[in-house]
Design a protein around this ligand. Structure first.
Ligand SMILES: NC(=O)c1ccc[n+]([C@@H]2O[C@H](COP(=O)([O-])OP(=O)(O)OC[C@H]3O[C@@H](n4cnc5c(N)ncnc54)[C@H](OP(=O)(O)O)[C@@H]3O)[C@@H](O)[C@H]2O)c1
Ligand SMILES: [Zn+2]
Ligand SMILES: [Zn+2]
Length: 403
């Protein structure tokens, strides 16, 4: 993995229309932007679809201090799927016409131990996020230079080839976006914790959770779906779960006591995650994936404790999971929406009405210059913040394993 940093080009900047919000109210409208000209190692993608991850809401609303506040206008989106329409002169991995995905990162140093091990998400010098990221390593310049990266709710994207994921031609493009975040975020901890063949629980049956069930089942796990009511039972079983626990029913929780080796928790709000610990067998692990005040401290424990955290996954594993999804015909449960429905989708996710679906924007057919949302700005509630003192106190609890 050489450091291909000099992505120089004398070409023209590329016009793109994006769905952007101008402040933390997250009221989306179409706005015009430009992307950098295609550099030597860059790939230009004509966008077809873009998934909406719950993280887009956390970030665009400035809800979590640990994620940093965005500079507005903000264009979220890190579940991109489109077609390559141009490549730079030194690109070797991608050809025009190939289906391309982009996930949560568009750059990292590519020279530290983590990057060399294909763990770019853990880059020692930090990766550059697909949206609201800074061009620290030279491969993720925005246009005009200096502004934060703009994400996937966009008609055109330009990315360094290293961070472009090849979507197999046989994989339906409308399903591919969510694999770039939801898919890899679930696959990475399943792989890291050696879940194949083990008893795995998935908490929270939204975009991540349903993908988690499907991927875990394909890996040969016995999957238990854990949800806050009975309504998602059918979709959970259809997706590959063999056991369903309604976490609000004490008897069901008791019946599942010590039945799991690994639990992936995707709940996106502050909650008592130790409530689910009763489901873990001796030496089992609870992995926090949902972002909420306090969970960031769990990253400090590495893999050694009973409660750990996990964040997205590297480029090789992202390629691996889209290939695996293609091989096993694993498709996320999606609802394709027009760009004018982004406010509506945010409201659905923020009020946790989530229908166990990933909302995916039909970029190609509906993202046009004059689009406004049909619905008012979503009601996202007050910003959540965590002080450094509280962060240190949370971290201490994780380190020493007491809650
Ligand atoms: N760690 C990472 O790298 C990473 C990557 C991507 C996303 N994320 C984070 O993962 C979380 C989930 O993302 P997503 O896109 O899957 O969100 P989502 O589609 O909104 O799904 C979240 C699910 O969590 C459950 N839930 C919601 N509110 C809850 C509450 N108050 N108490 C208990 N359970 C609740 C719901 O499932 P039930 O109805 O079944 O209970 C809901 O469907 C978000 O915080 C997102 O930012 C993290
Ligand atoms: Zn995401
Ligand atoms: Zn690095």
């Amino acid at each position: 993995m050489e450091s291909k940093t000099e992505s120089k080009s004398s070409g023209e900047p590329i016009d793109t229309v994006c769905m952007a919000c101008n402040d933390s109210k997250c009221d989306f409208t179409a706005q015009k932007f430009q992307r950098r000209p295609v550099g030597d190692y860059d790939v230009q993608i004509k966008m077809k679809y873009s998934g909406i991850c719950h993280s887009d809401i956390h970030k665009a609303a400035g809800h979590l201090d640990k994620l940093g506040k965005p500079l507005y206008p903000c264009v979220p989106g890190h579940e991109l799927a489109g077609v390559c329409v141009a490549v730079g002169s030194k690109v070797t991995k991608i050809k025009e016409g190939m289906h391309i995905g982009v996930g949560c990162m568009v750059d990292s140093c590519l020279s530290c131990v983590q990057c060399k091990a294909g763990q770019e998400q853990k880059c020692k010098k930090t990766n550059t996020a697909t949206y609201c990221g800074k061009n620290k390593h030279g491969r993720a310049e925005s246009y005009p230079p200096g502004r934060e990266t703009i994400g996937g709710y966009t008609t055109m994207h330009v990315v360094h080839e290293h961070f472009a994921i090849v979507i197999p031609q046989t994989y339906p493009l409308e399903h591919a976006g969510p694999v770039m975040c939801a898919g890899i975020t679930m696959y990475d901890p399943l792989k890291a914790h050696g879940a194949a063949g083990k008893r795995v629980g998935i908490i929270g049956l939204g975009g991540l959770g349903i993908m988690g069930i499907k991927i875990a089942q394909a890996l040969g796990c016995a999957v238990t779906a854990i949800s806050r009511g009975p309504t998602k039972k059918d979709i959970a079983l259809k997706s590959g779960a063999t056991t369903y626990i309604d976490s609000k029913v004490e008897d069901e929780m008791k019946a599942g006591a010590k039945s799991l080796d690994l639990i992936l928790n995707t709940i996106p709000v502050k909650h008592d995650y130790m409530y689910y610990e009763q489901l873990l067998d001796t030496d089992g692990k609870l992995v926090l994936l949902g972002l909420f005040e306090g969970m960031f401290a769990a990253f400090l424990t590495g893999g050694g404790k009973r409660v750990v955290a996990s964040g997205i996954g590297g480029i090789p594993n992202t390629q691996e999971i889209i290939d695996l999804c293609d091989k096993h015909k694993i498709y996320p449960e999606t609802k394709i929406i027009p760009a004018s429905k982004i406010n509506w989708a945010y409201q659905q996710l923020a009020t946790n009405i989530s229908d166990a679906l990933r909302y995916v924007i039909d970029v190609e057919n509906t993202l046009k210059e004059d689009v406004k949302c049909d619905d008012p700005a979503p009601d996202l509630g007050p910003p959540v913040s965590i002080s450094w003192m509280k962060f240190i106190s949370e971290s201490t609890k994780f380190m020493f394993g007491f809650r």
